[in-house]
Ligand binder design. Structure first.
Ligand code: MIC
Ligand code: SF4
Length: 642
């Protein structure tokens, strides 16, 4: 009798190389891919540059959901490019207005037991449905669309056992906030979180998806729920029962780690500024004045979430000093809210209804006022991400957000009568905003606009690299720091030269000019460098600025891959003390690099300024070393195809 966990079963079913043993490199066949508009343009340009004629996956979907605010021609041009590229390459196109990629994929496309690679860090949302869903950079997704395998180091599998039942007013959001409180934003790096236990019978698929969605904030590779009767009910209600199959871990399955959470002991929790792991019990914040409440995002914008919000707001008025905005997760959710009268309750209460898109979560509007406090149901509260540097953003459940919006202060809802909303037996199905790809001979060419510029490509790795430490950074630098994306920069996502003037400016506003003047150099950082968004712009823009290597105490998974894919060395300090000794402005030299890469993964960098040296390691597989030597994944993949 085998004792396999579910992660291992799905991995074994998709394995194209390697042995799934902890830490070893494996590769997986990818069944589905998804892209969204702010990473999609790059992914399709790269797909084109790789020379693939058409996608080879079972299903690839291009969503437009992030940058839907067309303040100029730029976004509209991106949308047109993505739509025409999707038609040309055999990809489904989810039109702007149809909803947030993760919510729509869950509702209309996700299939238990299959693999999904998405150019967005919250792709693991589909793990709520029993899919092995992983976020990656656009180039990895482009390769997967062309039929290439996805490579990763076999993660450790953590079993999260959920016991007991949530108390009234405590929700799925509080389960994942609890894990963030326990483990921190780097506690999940190199891990997959597989959920089990008696409490699962009480957690619907969208609730499970709230948990797998925010597993990204733990730094996890992905998170996974079994596919059980609850999953079957959800797919049946989506008119997709045929996509269901039962998937469970074996009895007494083996895991690398186990965490037990008794749901009955949880309280409503809130993540404080400026990190999703800065979590406290609501009682500690009770009475904090809030200027804004924002409900939505791929974490908490499902039908049940918003029906609860509507029930709480029914007959009430939003506090005069608080602005409430609500973005339903999908057209399906919005349609059902409208048909059931809940939308009217929201509007009557004074909520400002936004379109079904990411909206304020990616800083597309609704930036808070100077020094304001914003309470959001989102997944990230990094400093400045809201569009206002001085704002304080707190993260909570939709229930807490709605009750607090009425009171104008953070309010523990537990003294009130609980609201009960059941998962519907039938969702409203209408896929008229999803365009299936035409037959190849009917598809025209992909249409580029003037803002879509060629992306930078690296040269093969030289054997001698010299340069200055251009910037020294602390722990947990996010890709929002490296390549900020407020509303006024998002239209430039297809224009790397224009974006380069804003790289790392939240850390040092002079960085781009310095990097350009000195023709590039090195970046130095602390732990968990590059956490957060999957945007490969955080590697492509540094590449454009001549960055040759990043030396850090540790890296976040997706960003490290993006650096390698761009041919930038991700080096780790062997001794943490050397991080403290290194200073911005130090001149560094790595010589005989090719020889060094042939040997063991540790080598020495000379610090010319300090007349000293320090050890770094490049702890990557031989395949990744070859990618670095080739100058990135694109030239490497092309050379393999020749
Ligand atoms: C995010 O939530 O940070 C984003 C915006 O969805 C990103 C993708 C992007 O930067 O375009 C992500 O999570 O990967
Ligand atoms: Fe969109 Fe926010 Fe989800 Fe990113 S985290 S996909 S910006 S809703």
């Amino acid at each position: 009798m085998t004792r396999k966990n579910l992660t291992l079963k799905i991995i074994e079913n998709h394995l194209t190389s390697g042995t799934p043993e902890k830490g070893k490199e494996i590769s997986l066949k990818i069944d589905h891919t998804l892209t969204q508009d702010t990473t999609g343009t790059m992914a399709y340009l790269q797909f084109e540059a790789l020379g693939f004629p058409r996608v080879k996956t079972k299903r690839s979907v291009a969503y437009v959901d992030h940058n839907t605010l067309q303040v100029g021609y730029e976004n509209a041009d991106d949308h047109r490019y993505i739509q025409t590229a999707a038609a040309k390459y055999g990809i489904y196109f989810s039109r702007p207005g149809n909803g947030i990629c993760h919510q729509v994929h869950l509702e209309r496309f996700g299939v238990p037991g299959e693999t999904l690679l998405g150019s967005d860090s919250h792709t693991p949302t589909a793990g709520g449905l029993g899919m092995l869903a992983i976020g990656a950079g656009g180039l990895d997704v482009a390769v997967a669309m062309g039929g290439g395998a996805y490579y990763l180091n076999m993660p450790q599998v953590v079993n999260v056992v959920l016991e007991g039942k949530l108390q009234p007013w405590v929700s799925a959001k509080d389960i994942i906030l609890k894990l963030l409180q326990m483990l921190s934003v780097k506690g999940g790096v190199g891990k997959i979180f597989e959920y089990s236990g008696p409490a699962l019978q009480h957690l619907s698929v969208p609730e499970r998806a709230t948990i797998t969605n925010m597993g990204a904030e733990l730094g996890a590779t992905t998170s996974l729920f079994p596919s059980d009767e609850v999953t079957r009910e959800f797919l049946k209600a989506q008119n997709r029962e045929n996509d269901w199959q039962e998937l469970q871990a074996d009895d007494n399955a083996l895991y690398d780690e186990k965490i037990i959470i008794d749901l009955s002991t949880l309280e409503p929790l809130i993540a404080c500024p400026h990190s999703p792991d800065n979590v406290v019990e609501i009682s500690k914040l009770q009475g904090t004045v809030i200027n804004q409440v924002a409900i939505g995002s791929c974490t908490n914008s499902s039908y049940v979430d918003l029906m609860k919000v509507a029930a709480i707001l029914r007959g009430k008025t939003v506090h005069p000093n608080t602005s409430l905005v609500i973005a339903p997760g999908s057209k399906q959710v919005l349609t059902m809210l409208a048909e059931e009268g809940a939308l009217a309750n929201l509007i009557k209460a004074g909520a400002r209804i936004l379109e079904s898109a990411c909206g304020p979560c990616i800083g597309m509007g609704q930036a808070p006022a100077t020094d304001a406090v914003s309470l959001r149901t989102f997944n990230r509260n990094f400093k400045g991400r809201s569009g206002t540097m001085s704002a304080s953003v707190y993260l909570c459940s939709p229930e807490v957000a709605a009750v607090s919006a009425i009171k104008g202060v953070i309010t523990d809802p537990r003294k009130q009568e609980p609201v009960i909303v059941e998962t519907p037996a039938k969702f409203h199905i209408n896929d008229n905003m999803i365009i299936a790809p035409p037959q190849p001979k009917e598809a025209g060419d992909a249409v580029l606009g003037p803002n879509i510029k060629p992306f930078p490509q690296n040269k093969p790795l030289p054997s001698k690299i010299a340069g200055q430490v251009l910037l020294k950074m602390e722990d947990n630098i996010t890709t929002d720091h490296i390549m900020p994306s407020p509303a006024w920069l998002l239209p430039l996502r297809s224009n790397i030269p224009a974006l380069s003037d804003h790289c790392l400016t939240p850390v040092d506003k002079d960085f781009p000019a310095r990097a350009k003047r000195l023709n590039g150099g090195f970046l130095v950082a602390g732990e968990n460098y590059g956490q957060g968004s999957s945007r490969e712009h955080a590697a492509l823009v540094p590449l454009y600025l001549g960055i040759k290597g990043v030396i850090a105490l540790s890296f976040a998974r997706i960003h490290m891959s993006n650096l390698i894919n761009s041919g930038i060395l991700p080096l780790t300090f062997v001794n943490a003390d050397d991080y403290h000794l290194l200073e911005a402005g130090d001149e560094l030299l790595i010589d005989e690099l090719h020889n060094k890469l042939l040997g063991k993964c540790e080598f020495t960098i000379q610090n010319i300024t300090k007349n000293s040296s320090f050890k770094v390691s490049l702890n990557v597989s031989p395949r990744l070393t070859d990618i670095l030597l080739a100058g990135g994944l694109l030239p490497y993949t092309k050379s393999k195809a020749e």
